[in-house]
Design a protein around this ligand. Structure first.
Ligand code: FMN
Length: 404
């Protein structure tokens, strides 16, 4: 997920560092937006080193990238810790005189705020009214809690522990993923890239990381489905709560998928090798055995998507197409042809090149059915995955209604 961590100017700003580290370690793409006051409490180098992304509080930095709206638009979650009385007031009013203000206004992502201030400030009717306004508009407020405050006094106003703020923020982001839309459904997702052995140590493979499939599995899980991820040589961890079946070759992936072809939804997101090496050797081949100009003979692999389309109990079948076609219309036409040829219900089409698609955080896909484009999604793989899973859930719901 792309997470924006806002920091405002309270003494607890140093604790934001712990939250940033926890989010980065959990695999999230973290962008820190401090207020000018926050930068008087905690240094930019700390925030950049921990988040591994550039940090600015300036609306007028990096103008070409339209940073003041781009961050908010692409965020899956915004969490502000600590949230000062001043920042709560600004957010409640919709002020946009700094990067945090514009980012929050430009975003539809869940907003989680962790207030921290002295008890007297927290209990002020003005502060309480601002908090109520923010809650009414859908923000999640975590804390404050009672405990030691900066002046040596104790009372309500201490920021909730960073780990608790992170947990609440991730839960809020999960709640945004249409809980229950796939409740009671089984979903199988293939991900990663298959490898075809040449000998015990060498293989023919591809550059798929499995990130998209893993995000799809996570989104389906968050929507309430029971999910199996058939992972071919994944470079990313399997999401929590998802059953992982590890495979290496196309044949192993095929067996694993066909065994599970009766799931409610089958998503073929893995990059499957079209060819395998004929006569792969059981022993490591030496250079002497290879000779000067070795030749590999390849044999065509079975078309797993087409086989799944012919399975006796039809699932809602989603295929993926990675195309290098530069022209948009031609790309979509190619996708429709592929959909018709394979017999899948939906095809997720993305354009790949040497620096597009594989492993990159941002991605753009078109979802097609037999009639054309039904969804167009761009952003992080997590947000794109949610759009795809939403489309799948709508299809299933419509099909169930038809049968009633
Ligand atoms: C040492 C110190 C600690 C502060 N701690 C807090 C705090 O915990 N909560 C708060 O609301 N304001 C606190 N303030 C006041 C804010 O820094 C001030 O209201 C500032 O304008 C907030 O700006 P911002 O919301 O744009 O970050 C503190 C100020 C100082 C000098």
């Amino acid at each position: 997920m792309r997470v924006v961590v806002g920091i405002s100017g309270g003494i607890a700003a140093y604790k934001a560092a712990l939250a940033i580290r926890e989010l980065v370690q959990a695999g999230h793409d973290v962008h820190v937006v401090p207020t000018a006051s926050a930068l008087r409490f905690i240094g930019r180098p700390t925030l950049e080193a921990l988040s591994r992304n550039p940090v600015t509080d300036e609306v007028f930095d990096d103008v070409a990238a339209v940073r003041h709206v781009a961050l908010g638009q692409s965020a899956d979650l915004i969490v502000v810790l600590p949230a000062t009385a001043n920042t709560l007031a600004k957010l409640a009013t919709g002020l946009a005189d700094d990067l945090l203000g514009t980012t929050v206004l430009a975003s539809r992502a869940p907003l989680v705020l962790a207030p921290a201030m002295h008890t007297e400030m927290w209990e002020q009717p003005a502060v309480q009214a601002n908090v109520r306004t923010l809650v009414e508009r859908g923000a999640t407020i975590v804390g404050p809690v009672a405990g030691a405050l900066t002046g040596g006094d104790t009372g309500l106003g201490r920021m909730a522990e960073p780990t608790d703020v992170v947990a609440a923020a991730l839960a809020a982001a999960g709640a945004a993923q249409q809980p229950g839309a796939l409740a009671g459904r089984t979903v199988v997702v293939s991900a990663g890239g298959t490898r075809e052995p040449i000998d015990p140590v060498r293989f023919l493979g591809n550059r798929s990381s499995g990130a998209m499939g893993a995000e799809l599995a996570a989104a389906a899980r968050a929507a309430g489905a029971s999910v199996t991820l058939v992972g071919a040589n994944l470079h990313v961890p399997a999401p929590e709560g998802v059953e992982l079946v590890e495979v290496e070759t196309t044949e192993q992936l095929r067996t694993a998928m066909l065994e599970r072809a009766d799931a409610d939804v089958v998503v073929m997101a893995a990059a499957v090798a079209d060819y395998r090496v004929e006569g792969a050797s059981d022993e490591k081949r030496t250079k002497e055995a290879w000779g000067e100009r070795p030749t590999l003979t390849l044999a065509l692999n079975p078309d797993i998507l087409a086989e799944l389309a012919r399975a006796p109990r039809r699932s809602l079948l989603v295929g993926f197409g990675a195309e290098t076609e530069p022209d948009d219309d031609a790309l979509v036409q190619r996708g429709r042809d592929k959909l018709a040829r394979k017999g899948a219900d939906l095809l997720v089409l993305n354009r790949v090149g040497h620096d597009e698609g594989f492993g990159r955080v941002d991605t753009r896909v078109r979802v097609l059915d037999a009639d054309g484009v039904v969804a167009d999604a761009s952003g992080t793989k997590a947000s794109v995955a949610r759009v795809i899973i939403d489309t799948v859930a709508q299809r299933l719901a419509a099909a169930s209604e038809e049968h009633q």
